[in-house]
Design a protein around this ligand. Structure first.
Ligand code: UD1
Length: 342
């Protein structure tokens, strides 16, 4: 029996595929390389020493998805695939609703048809909008502030309705905080196309000399140094959280929701200072205007995941910075440095 991983060539998906293979799981992977590269698949195979079935397809293609369920014995799905850039979602809301919602509906319909009812869904702390307080518990009121966030929120609601309609479903919703870092080998990591939106890939590219300086979006927030606080989590810890969630999903019924973070907040300046200290690289920066929609403080209460999944993040902020830089320096132009076909 295999675990189907959608979006398995993406940043979090690729690290999770590797952990699954290393744990002895059989996986079947789908990706359309919209925001990733075929090279990722080669590297997962190389790192794990394992082969696995890979399909280059868009989840909007339901017929193709059905063929995959016919050809493979699927026991559970981990659904990472989706579009995820906040600014782009504001400019192209229809594309975001279509891609994220329709693909999830297709996946669930095909799962239902083939009697596969174990699902893990990648949600995001973005569904908490501007949190009233941190640490944030899973029962915090939901309030997404942009189309991307609303697609995550809507999918969560859709999955709850699905579970209510058929109690055989076992669904685990994972709300990620801010994943950074890379596999310690430096073979897989985050490779955003074009100018990065998120902090860490921008920092590593400044360190590499690709951009002259980092803009820090605001230093007048009500925090210790005036810059925003986030819960950065090492992507390998996040990947391991999926393995624990999988064990639970396969043995349970109903819907469960978990925050996956470290439970500890760091400011933008703390992250930049730690990166400089760990790597010895200088990050020139200037303070600029706050970014629209940014919240001052956002970090997780992780007690539910610790208690019910038996999982907690173990890698610290130094390791996150070291591994992000290791990935960047080994892959100055990301995965494009080696182009191969499947
Ligand atoms: C962002 C998204 C969120 C998404 C998450 C995925 C927004 C408003 N939110 O969250 O919906 O789920 O990414 O990882 O885009 N920063 C700078 N300079 C930069 C980039 C970022 O100062 O060049 C600051 C930001 O103001 C923020 C912090 O760094 O305070 C982290 O930013 P980012 O990595 O974009 O994550 P989030 O804003 O938490």
């Amino acid at each position: 029996m295999a675990v189907l991983v959608t979006g398995g060539a993406g940043y979090i998906g690729s690290h999770t595929c590797l952990e699954l293979l290393q744990a002895g799981c059989d996986i079947v992977v789908i990706d359309n390389f919209m925001n990733s590269s075929v090279e990722v698949v080669h590297r997962i195979r190389k790192l794990s020493g394992e082969n696995f079935q890979f399909y280059n397809m868009n989840l909007l293609d339901r017929d193709h998805l059905e063929q995959i369920f016919q050809k493979n014995k699927i026991e559970a799905c981990i659904h990472f695939a989706g579009v995820k850039a906040v600014g782009e979602s504001v400019r192209f809301p229809l594309l975001y609703y279509k891609q994220n919602l329709f693909s999830t509906i297709n996946l669930c319909r095909v799962m239902q048809k083939y009697g596969v009812k174990n699902l893990i869904f990648s949600s995001s702390a973005t569904v908490y909008g501007s949190p009233e307080k941190s640490p944030i518990t899973e029962d915090h009121v939901l309030h997404a502030t942009n189309p991307y966030g609303r697609t995550k929120w809507m999918i969560e609601e859709l999955l709850k309705d699905l579970s209510l309609s058929d109690q055989d479903w076992s669904i685990t919703i994972l709300r990620y905080f801010n994943p950074i870092g890379a596999h310690e080998s430096g073979e897989i990591g985050e490779d955003p196309k074009g100018m990065p939106n998120n902090l860490m890939p921008f920092v590593t590219r400044v360190a590499a000399g690709e951009y002259p300086m980092l803009e820090i979006f605001g230093d007048q927030y009500p925090t210790k140094d005036g810059t925003c606080i986030r819960d950065y989590i090492h992507v390998v810890d996040l990947a391991c959280g999926h393995l624990k969630a999988l064990e639970k999903t396969i043995s349970a019924r109903g819907v469960d929701i978990y925050n996956l973070g470290t439970g500890q907040g760091y400011s933008v300046l703390e992250l930049v200072n730690t990166f400089e200290a760990v790597t010895g690289m200088e990050i020139p920066y200037q303070i600029s205007k706050p970014r629209a929609g940014d919240v001052a403080i956002c970090y997780a209460d992780v007690t539910k995941a610790e208690r019910e999944l038996g999982w907690r993040a173990v890698r610290g902020i130094e390791e996150m910075c070291r591994d992000s830089w290791n990935w960047q320096s080994k892959n100055p132009i990301g995965y494009c440095s080696e182009v191969k076909t499947l």
